[in-house]
Ligand binder design. Sequence first.
Ligand SMILES: [Zn+2]
Length: 263
Amino acid sequence: MLARREVFPHVIEMNYQARQRLGCSVYLIHDAGEWLLIDIGFQETVDEIIDMIRQMDFSLASCKYLIATHADVDHIQGLKRAKELLPNAVTVGHPECQQLLATSDRIVTYAEIAAQGISIDLPPIKIDKTINEGDSLKVGSLTLDVWNTPGHTSSQLAFRCGKLLFSGDNIFRDGCVGNIDAHHGSDIPAFIKSLERIRDSDVTWLLPSHGPIFRKNNAHLQKTIDRLSEYQHMADFGTCAVDWPLLDEWEDELVRGFDPEKA
Ligand SMILES: [Zn+2]
């Protein structure tokens, strides 16, 4: 028997539970004997995580949902194995996440980053049921409201439960955000809207998919929003930028011609 280390009532996070870093955040939410998991992480840690859950005296038959916050390999690679160990659980995710996993898309999920020599096994994963903005999931008497918060990727979901927001890869404690990458379907204007939504919400705590849990702080969120607002106009972000003002300046200068004396 393992003592449950709840981070909030009804909420256990498996890295905090293990007191060591296992991978992405894996949240277990439980009430009245039912429970669910938000993300499972890489396949290699699934058995260890499920074994801890068993030792905390949760019935493996009572896992109601296995949630994918989005389709990135570091969040979902273990879903197939988890479903084997938790056969009653319904796998849920955004429709685009369902599609990416059904076709084992290796590019958008980051299983394959050929230019960096990254090639990770991605088993075909069936998302049983799609969820999207406005849906809700029940576990015991608790309700999780489903938010679609595109930006990092269009299938990014977040889950609100009272004053807690399981915030996915939207923002981390140091103000960083989930990777912005054209091949990942990242969208900076959408990302800004998602962050503004989080800023304007009345949640108190952000429980991200990577790194420590932290209190929502609007100044902190605003700093990140301002940074992403600049990204929209920077060549650094390639096709994820909406424009590049330097090209307009150049057009004006081309009309006048280049003069080393004035450059
Ligand atoms: Zn992530």
